[in-house]
Design a protein around this ligand. Structure first.
Ligand code: GLU
Length: 275
């Protein structure tokens, strides 16, 4: 009996080591938070209002506020969060490799991504839209894209949609980040950026008078919090935290403070998907 339990302990140790240690060697993000009192969270660094690196090296925006609230509910003080920049194309890999414990980065819940990661949420619903130069008159919606040069980001759902539905009409340039796209459109090399309306509103506000959002969303982007695949306990705990954030007023407050200044029409909190 004694020998058997010792063997069991040894097996658990071997299994933990086999996982490569580091931040991935836990069954649930709930355990990581409880045991280490620290979390590494992936956010965007170049999306004003959502996830932006500030001059002092900190991160600010609605996603950052959501991350801080959720971490606190899991028992981690916001001061003990390490924010790590993610771009659209590396979010699944960062979670799978354990480089981050969760991703809060304008990250749409999709079936394809669910093959690799799990999602809590949604905590926000956006829609794919277009950002053009302020004097643009011809580009008024997805039906006017014929012959246009578009910019989006590799590994994003808007780039995927353009490739699958508008490939014949448009020329698509894929950048690593949306801020790189902004430079291309401001510089006149490309005609429009396509991604989620709430992201575009942040850039339009940053370049007021030079860029405008077309305002005809043509997809539904449900933002989820990315977790390790099959972390059921993590999904439940993060969804509980989001529910609390919705109902105690913190969600609306964070959205107003982060996104409100862009003029984006603020929605109500969405319904969580408790599957
Ligand atoms: N929400 C979309 C996505 O997850 C576009 C925004 C982004 O690239 O972060 O791909």
């Amino acid at each position: 009996m004694f020998g058997r339990s010792l063997f069991a302990v040894f097996s658990v140790m071997v299994a933990a080591t086999a996982c490569g240690g580091g931040s991935a060697s836990y069954a649930s993000v709930v355990d990581k938070a409880k045991n280490d009192k620290k979390l590494v969270i992936g956010v965007k660094a170049d999306q004003p209002g959502l996830g932006l690196r500030t001059p002092d090296g900190a991160f600010a925006g609605f996603d950052v506020e959501v991350a801080k609230y959720v971490a606190k509910e899991l028992g981690v003080d916001p001061a003990n969060i390490t924010f790590k920049e993610t771009v659209s194309a590396n979010r699944e890999a960062f979670i799978e490799q354990g480089q981050v414990d969760m991703v809060v980065a304008t990250y749409s819940i999709t079936d394809a991504r669910k093959q690799k990661v799990s999602f809590a949420g949604p905590y926000f619903v956006a829609g794919q839209d277009l950002l053009v130069r302020a004097d643009e008159a011809a580009l008024t919606g997805p039906e006017t894209l014929n012959g246009k040069k578009l910019c989006s980001v590799a590994g994003s759902t808007p780039a995927q949609k353009v490739k699958s539905e508008y490939a014949k009409e448009v020329q698509l340039q894929e950048e690593r980040t949306y801020s790189a796209c902004v430079d291309r459109v401001l510089g006149g090399q490309l005609d429009a950026i396509t991604t989620d309306n709430v992201i575009l509103a942040g850039y339009a506000a940053q370049h007021a008078g030079k860029l405008k959002v077309v305002g005809k969303p043509f997809s539904t982007e449900k933002y989820g919090i990315g977790l390790k695949k099959d972390d059921t306990a993590g999904r439940k705990a993060v969804n509980d935290a989001l529910q609390k954030m919705f109902s105690d007023g913190s969600w609306t407050k964070a959205l107003q403070a982060s996104v409100g200044a862009s003029g984006f029409a603020l929605p109500q909190a969405p319904q969580l998907e408790r599957y």
